[in-house]
Design a protein around this ligand. Structure first.
Ligand SMILES: CC(C)(COP(=O)(O)OP(=O)(O)OC[C@H]1O[C@@H](n2cnc3c(N)ncnc32)[C@H](O)[C@@H]1OP(=O)(O)O)[C@@H](O)C(=O)NCCC(=O)NCCS
Length: 184
């Protein structure tokens, strides 16, 4: 799939930017929440080598054509505190999924919402994406709040549609449709 270069996107007092090897502390902090490793390729117990490999994989997503993996970092100090990814669906042109996580100590400050709004605006304005989808476990109330606050609306329950810790789990699909709503 042809992808554009990964930009640096402003999200309030945060930026979305490419991963860099200096982000190893982010990987270590994120591993303190086992849920992140259960739903992503983050190592559950990172070593220096597996943290570096995780970062390499994020940098490689663009070159392999699978999508855009951004680190969420403070605009002032460039300290990474989370990840957000945009994954265009090769089988459904114009449609992409988004996923995100924050390290536990940086939650509850509106960072995920700011990042989701920024990536949604960029995707619809620049990447020929008209529809963005989030797959959220029905019990994940913080993520549902992030979705709704960012202009996404519940579409349907998708049974056994994602793996959580290796097991199929039901997901609620939240959708942002360009034109139907604007990112807040
Ligand atoms: C989901 C996640 C990214 C949210 O990050 P965040 O930066 O704390 O999100 P925000 O501060 O932008 O918003 C959090 C919202 O959840 C709400 N919230 C937090 N805990 C809640 C709870 N137990 N019940 C209901 N709402 C809750 C907050 O009030 C806030 O909503 P509001 O701004 O409308 O008041 C973060 O919790 C996380 O990384 N979780 C683990 C990984 C994950 O679940 N990723 C998403 C997979 S779909």
């Amino acid at each position: 799939m042809d992808l554009v270069e990964l930009p640096r996107l402003l999200a309030g007092q945060y930026v979305l930017r490419a991963f860099q090897q200096g982000d190893a502390d982010l990987v270590r902090s994120a591993a303190s929440d086992p849920y992140i490793a259960a739903v992503t390729s983050l190592p559950a117990a990172p070593t220096a080598r597996s943290a570096a490999a995780f970062i390499d994989r994020q940098i490689g997503r663009l070159h392999e054509g699978s999508g855009y993996s951004f680190a969420i970092a403070t605009a002032a100090g460039d300290r990474a505190c989370g990840q957000i990814g945009l994954w265009p669906d090769p089988l459904r042109p114009g449609i992409a999924t988004v996923g995100y996580w924050l390290v536990p100590e940086e939650r509850g400050k509106g960072i995920a919402s700011a990042a989701l709004i920024a990536i949604t605006r960029w995707a619809t304005a620049t990447c020929d994406i008209d529809v963005l989808e989030l797959f959220i476990e029905p019990t994940n109330l913080p993520s549902i709040a992030v979705a709704e606050r960012s202009g996404y609306r519940f579409q349907q329950r998708a049974p056994h549609s994602r793996l959580v810790g290796g097991n199929p789990a039901d997901m609620d699909v939240y959708v942002f449709a360009a034109g139907a709503a604007d990112a807040q």
